[in-house]
Write a protein that binds this ligand. Structure first.
Ligand code: FES
Length: 168
C-alpha cells in the first residue's frame, strides 16, 4: 500500500493529538518505514525450496534396515537405477542394475568388519574399500579378508518397469 503525503499528515496529526513528543513521533515514522520495507519483502516470490520432496523423498517405502527387509523403490524417482552399471544404497541394502542389465540386492554391510561395500561397475562385482574384500554380485567372497558371503535379497521388477520390490 502506498503512503501518500496526505496520509502522513493525517498520521502525524493523529499522533500529535495523543500528546506524543517529536522524538516519539520520529520513532513511529521510522517504524512505519521499517514495516513498509518488511511488507514489500513479503511480496517477493518464495525462494526455491532446497528440498522439493520433503518427508524423505527418496521414492522408497517399506523397511530398509534390520532383519525384515521388505521395500519398494520407485524407479521414476530413482531413475539412475535404470542405467546399467549404476547402484544405490537404501538403508542397509545395496541395489545395483548390473552391467548385465539385471537387478541385484545385497546387504551393504561387509562381513569383515561391517563397513559399507560398493558396487564396482568396471568388474561387475562388489568391493569393500576399507580392507579390499571383493564379492561376486551373488555375494560370494572372491577376495578376503571377508570371512563370509554377503546376504542377498530377492529383487522383482514390476510389469510396467516402474517399481522394484526388494525382499528377504
Ligand atoms: S570391513 Fe570390509 S574388508 Fe574390512
Amino acid at each position: 500500500m502506498e503512503t501518500t503525503t496526505q496520509d502522513k499528515m493525517k498520521r502525524g496529526q493523529f499522533l500529535r493529538s495523543l500528546g506524543l513528543s517529536t522524538s516519539t513521533l520520529m520513532a513511529f515514522y521510522c517504524l512505519g518505514t521499517t514495516m513498509t520495507a518488511c511488507g514489500s519483502k513479503d511480496d517477493d516470490p518464495d525462494p526455491v525450496d532446497p528440498n522439493p520432496n520433503p518427508g524423505g523423498g527418496t521414492g522408497v517405502t517399506g523397511t530398509t534396515t534390520g532383519g525384515s527387509i521388505n521395500f519398494t523403490v520407485d524407479l521414476t524417482i530413482n531413475s539412475s537405477l535404470k542405467t546399467a552399471g549404476e547402484y544405490k544404497i537404501f538403508g542397509d541394502v545395496l541395489v545395483a542394475f548390473t552391467t548385465n542389465s539385471t537387478y541385484v540386492a545385497l546387504t551393504k554391510i561387509c562381513t569383515h568388519e561391517g563397513n559399507p561395500v560398493q558396487y564396482r561397475k568396471s568388474s561387475n562385482d562388489i568391493m569393500c574399500p576399507t580392507h579390499g574384500s571383493e564379492y561376486s554380485i551373488t555375494g560370494t567372497v572372491t577376495q578376503g579378508p571377508a570371512p563370509a558371503p554377503l546376504k542377498t535379497y530377492t529383487v522383482t521388477l514390476s510389469a510396467d518397469g516402474k517399481t522394484l520390490t526388494v525382499k528377504a
